[in-house]
Design a binder for this molecule. Structure first.
Ligand SMILES: [Zn+2]
Length: 292
């Protein structure tokens, strides 16, 4: 990293008048890295490079309070760094984005400067818009096409995550209390209007899909139970097997017809006494677990 004088020369490119080292407070921070964060997102190396370019000159705020006029800092230099000793969770070389920022020293930000010096304000969050969110399993851009893979789940032994790429805008950076990125002490919000809404919608659809899967499975079990209750075991097993491939709609129809059949059968005397049947162990389990 350049020395203080060189840094001062670089920051003076962003100010109306030349500042001296006494007037400004210089500090550096890590904006983000390429590690998979707690939302199962990670930036591509290309995205880190784009962020490095775009964050120069961007103002940061503290505790998400843009009203505090003097409580702002500005990034005047960025640097893409790597740690050769370290690999990311998915085995990639570890890269991170370091930034140099400054604040003009005033009475009102003296406490804040002390907090930064003491390491209290360490965590940084960034807001940016991304043009590409690639599924790590199938490679599709989730902003253009939905896929069935869910972030954080394992597929063939590998955890699904989203690779953020193609940075189209950066909005701000700020110091916050809780970091999302595990290692850099940094959070990121990928805002940006439509992209954000699409992601929210995609998450809602993921939840709905999972709920539908669960309801269908429960419906299938209910049908299997009714099959065993109503019929001879060989026929019941065949019928139960065929429910595996039925849609929720067909299962509902089957359940209704089985329930109706059972209700009618109950009115008549049983032809086969229960004691005479040979039951499979799993059949008994069904009965014990559910009804009868
Ligand atoms: Zn996918």
């Amino acid at each position: 990293m350049p020395d203080q004088k060189e840094l001062l020369a670089q920051l003076n490119r962003f100010t109306k008048r030349e500042h001296t080292l006494d007037e400004v407070y210089l500090f550096d921070l890590i904006l983000c890295d390429n590690e998979i964060d707690r939302d199962f997102d990670c930036f591509s190396d290309r995205a880190l490079g784009q962020l490095a370019e775009r964050f120069v000159g961007v103002t940061g705020i503290f505790d998400h309070n843009p009203r505090s006029g003097n409580q702002t800092a500005r990034i005047f230099r960025t640097e893409l760094c790597s740690d050769p000793e370290r690999k990311t969770a998915n085995g990639m070389p570890y890269h991170f984005l370091r930034a140099n920022a400054y604040m003009v020293r005033t009475e009102s930000n003296a406490d804040l400067i002390r907090e930064i010096d003491a390491g209290i304000k360490k965590e940084v969050s960034i807001s940016c818009a991304v043009g590409k969110q690639t599924c790590s399993v199938c490679g599709c851009n989730k902003l253009q096409k939905a896929c069935t893979h869910i972030k954080g789940r394992m597929y063939a032994g590998v955890r699904c995550h989203t690779v953020l790429d193609d940075i189209t805008d950066v909005y701000e950076w700020s110091f916050v209390a809780v970091p999302a990125q595990r290692n850099a002490g940094v959070t990121k919000t990928c805002g940006g209007g439509a992209d954000f809404e699409k992601e929210a919608l995609r998450r809602a659809l993921d939840c709905t899909g999972a709920l539908l899967d669960r309801l269908t499975e429960e419906l299938r079990r209910e049908c299997v139970r009714l099959c065993y209750r109503g019929g001879e075991s060989a026929c019941a097993k065949a019928l139960a097997d065929s429910t595996e491939h039925m849609s929720a709609e067909r299962l509902l129809a089957l359940k209704d017809s089985l329930s109706t059949g059972l209700a009618t059968a109950k009115e008549k005397p049983q032809l086969t006494p229960d004691a005479g049947r040979t039951e499979q162990p799993q059949m008994r389990a069904f009965r014990l677990g559910k009804h009868d």
